[in-house]
Design a binder for this molecule. Structure first.
Ligand code: NAG
Length: 158
């Protein structure tokens, strides 16, 4: 299993390096401007049930992996979002800056998704990256934390 962000960092560095020409806007900046940043997710009061949060997790997964609409996906990300990847900064803006330029060019195959308690998992294949497991913690209907280094997809107990 590989880290999405680690590989994407290399892609971004390569794209950024290509952009270092005199007075041409860098392709990273141009692509970033194409992604509309939504307002951050507003905490829902009273706290949604696990079922309601699971429905939001499913909608987030669909936006992030199937329609690949980052504006829609980031409507579920809190302004206090903590990214537990050593190569990524916290906050939705850093994540959008990072994903915006590369996400449209990556082919995604969804393998499975799961929600349990207050956490959701996504397991997918991403072209040029490999098999990814993302784990998200939800609070008041919003994603507040993310892990993607060495995550193991939880198997159903039987
Ligand atoms: C992407 O999502 C945003 C926010 O939900 C929506 O306004 C926009 O129309 C969507 N874009 C496309 C191409 O569907």
């Amino acid at each position: 299993m590989q880290s999405t962000l680690l590989v994407l960092t290399c892609v971004i560095s390569a794209v950024a390096a290509l952009g270092q020409r005199n007075d041409e806007p860098s392709p990273v900046v141009a692509a970033r401007q194409a992604v509309v940043t939504p307002p951050p997710c507003a905490p829902i009061v009273p706290e949604p049930t696990e079922e309601e949060t699971e429905a939001r997790h499913d909608a987030f997964a669909n936006a992030f992996l199937v329609t690949k609409n980052l504006t829609n996906a980031f409507e579920y990300i809190s302004s206090t979002y903590i990214n537990h990847n050593p190569f990524a900064e916290d906050g939705p803006d850093a994540a959008l800056d990072f994903l915006g330029p590369v996400w449209p060019g990556i082919q995604i195959t969804v393998l499975r998704t799961k929600f349990q308690g207050d956490q959701g998992w996504l397991n997918y294949q991403a072209s040029g990256i490999g098999t990814v497991v993302d784990r998200f913690r939800w609070e008041s209907g919003c994603i507040v934390e993310h892990w993607d280094v060495g995550e193991v997809y939880p198997e159903d107990e039987s």
